[in-house]
Ligand binder design. Sequence first.
Ligand code: SF4
Length: 166
Amino acid sequence: MVEFFVSGTLVESYINCKRQAWFHLHKIKPFQDHPLLEIGRLVDEDAYERDFKRVNLDSIQIDIVRREREELVIGEVKKSSAAAESARLQLLFYMYTLKKLGLGCRGLLMFPKEKRKEWVILDDDAIHRVELLISDLEELSKSKTPPELEKKSICKNCAYLEWCFS
Ligand code: SF4
């Protein structure tokens, strides 16, 4: 059985593709030279440089942490809003983790290439979604085989493309 550990990347993967999440859970690495990984790194490095403050806490790595008036704001930078739903869940997972540590905050999703921002709130529904997601991930971690291969539009940009289609 694999060690069960939820990270922000895992949450994002699960929403995009359960098979991709299974690869993550079972420590199967993507091909590191995939161009999308490199673009992701560049967006991370260049965008919002003035605000940029990466914070690492056990399972989460937050791109931006700042205080606005009396409120704590955490931000997640993404290269495109095409996968906004998974980015939203990832940020909610970070907010949920911080809440468990006694830190309330607001979330801000940023898509610098599209000059777009979106506020994310951790309300009761969102907490329920995150808890459901964690329990689904735990089930997936117990599975010995990955979910069935199902071709999706995101496959062409997925770092696991060669694992799935070669
Ligand atoms: S290539 Fe497609 S099916 Fe395979 S892990 Fe990536 S997104 Fe999922």
